[in-house]
Design a protein around this ligand. Structure first.
Ligand SMILES: Cc1cc2nc3c(=O)[nH]c(=O)nc-3n(C[C@H](O)[C@H](O)[C@H](O)COP(=O)(O)OP(=O)(O)OC[C@H]3O[C@@H](n4cnc5c(N)ncnc54)[C@H](O)[C@@H]3O)c2cc1C
Length: 424
């Protein structure tokens, strides 16, 4: 049965707080569901009363846009069933990547997750999803075979390429603005282990590590994904490093990655063969709610401005990450996230701890785009949008218009409120 919490109720504060603690969301109530039928009932209630619903399994992608809406918590819809014969997983809308990976790995299979096992599968896929394996398989949203949804009339429906091609197109990366997903079916890949890990050097060697990153990504096979990091976590010295995954034989891995060994002098090296359920150990992203602030920018070339920025002063930020994209992501795609011509994603991030540091980090992030000028393309992947950004930055003009038309046609009353609304 739906558990409804209202301001003043015991537990309301905790239930309405998003995972990203820098975001405020004064919602009118919180509805925690455990069945799809309860979602349908809530939508019919919202239609009758003129309320809006913001869905948020946990709030990794909270934008501050949920204020005044009913907050729908889908964490109770968390079943994961893998059919190894068909290589398909049916995933409840509240499930996290760690659950899917654990279940799939038992059969030598994997989904297309990003760095953090705590991120929700549905929110990530609705936003496109940039995976460790996207250079080979493209945006993770392309792996969705069907959605179980509740539409704005409060009807439960199954949406596939055959049953409703337009809504199916929109949900595979166009955000959560047009229907509420209660479960989805995703195709899995037959990869049972990867070679991967993190290698870190003292911060003084950041320029050499970046040069190595540039060399590795210049002619990388699509099975190799490398990210460069230059970071200074609170209370620790500055460090530069590489995070990577490669799937192929160990001997191939050694050949492709021999250049890392040649650099020598690493202070940390966690590389080894990993089960697909262990992918999260590469970056060890925070699992508890965190005050994260960040900005993602797509980078066409690693020119002098970008290099100077990522090798320069880190404070007040924690650091910079450069993710190598390209491969299948650059090929033509019929997903709303389209194709990414830019070979790199720059992510600048800091922690919003205390008012002074929060203001300093926000100011630094706001200036960054100006400083980078035309060294960044201006487009941002949907899952890397941050509070203050808009959906228009994630899509081409034509795809944005197509999403807007669908929103007006399918949710004319504006029952659904995504973190980055297409009409916003
Ligand atoms: C530590 C960390 C690491 C990350 N790593 C990556 C990465 O490697 N690659 C990447 O692409 N992204 C990454 N992200 C970004 C992440 O994919 C997005 O923030 C995503 O939106 C998170 O989804 P969620 O369900 O966990 O978050 P939530 O904030 O709970 O949901 C995000 C949005 O998804 C929509 N939504 C969620 N569920 C539903 C539903 N059932 N029906 C309709 N709409 C729904 C809503 O609009 C909601 O506002 C990372 C984020 C964090 C915090």
């Amino acid at each position: 049965m739906t558990k409804n919490l209202f301001p003043g109720d015991d537990g309301f504060e905790a239930a309405s707080r998003p995972w990203n603690l820098t975001v405020q969301q004064p919602v009118t109530s919180v509805a925690e569901v455990t069945e799809a039928a309860e979602v349908a009932e809530l939508v019919r209630h919202a239609r009758r009363t003129g309320a809006a619903i913001a869905v948020q399994p946990n709030g990794h992608g909270a934008s501050g846009n949920a204020g005044g809406a009913i907050l729908l918590r889908t964490g109770g819809l968390d079943t994961v069933e893998v059919d190894p014969g068909r290589r398909v997983a049916r995933v409840g809308a509240g499930a996290k990547w760690g659950q899917v990976q654990a279940e799939a790995a038992r059969h030598g299979l994997t989904g297309l997750p990003g760095s953090a096992p705590g991120v929700g599968v549905t929110g990530y896929l609705l936003g496109g999803g940039l995976s460790w394996f996207s250079r080979k398989f493209g945006f993770a949203a392309g792996s969705v075979l069907a959605f179980e949804v509740v539409d704005a009339d409060g009807e439960q429906r199954r949406v596939s390429a055959d049953s409703d091609p337009e809504l199916f197109w929109a949900l595979r990366g166009g955000g959560g603005d047009i229907a509420i997903v209660t479960a989805l079916a995703i195709g899995l890949q037959a990869i049972d282990t990867v070679y991967g890990g993190r290698v870190m050097w003292p911060g003084q060697r950041a320029a050499e590590v970046l040069e190595l990153f540039r060399a590795l990504t210049f002619d990388a096979p699509e099975e190799l994904t490398v990210w460069f990091n230059h970071v200074q976590p609170p209370g620790a010295p500055a460090m530069a490093g590489l995070d990577l995954t490669f799937y192929g034989s160990d001997s191939e891995a050694k050949e492709v990655l021999g250049r890392i060994d040649e650099l020598g002098g690493a202070m940390l090296d966690t590389r080894g063969t990993l089960a697909l359920s262990e992918l999260g150990t590469i970056t060890n992203d925070p699992t508890d709610p965190s005050p994260g602030l960040g900005r993602g920018e797509l980078v066409p070339v690693l020119d002098e401005r970008v290099v100077e920025l990522v090798l320069g002063e880190l404070a007040p930020l924690i650091g910079f990450q450069l993710r190598h994209l390209g491969g299948a992501l650059a090929r033509p795609s019929d997903l709303p996230s389209g194709s990414l011509a830019e070979p790199y994603l720059l992510y600048a991030f800091g922690a919003g701890i205390g008012p002074e540091l929060t203001e300093a980090v926000r100011g630094r992030l706001a200036r960054l785009t100006e400083e980078l000028g035309d060294s960044v393309s201006g487009r941002r992947p949907y899952t890397f949008l941050a509070p203050g950004d808009s959906a228009a930055q994630a899509f081409t003009r034509a795809d944005l218009e197509r999403l807007r038309e669908l929103k007006r046609a399918r949710d004319p009353q504006g029952v659904f409120r995504a973190n980055y609304p297409v009409l916003g």
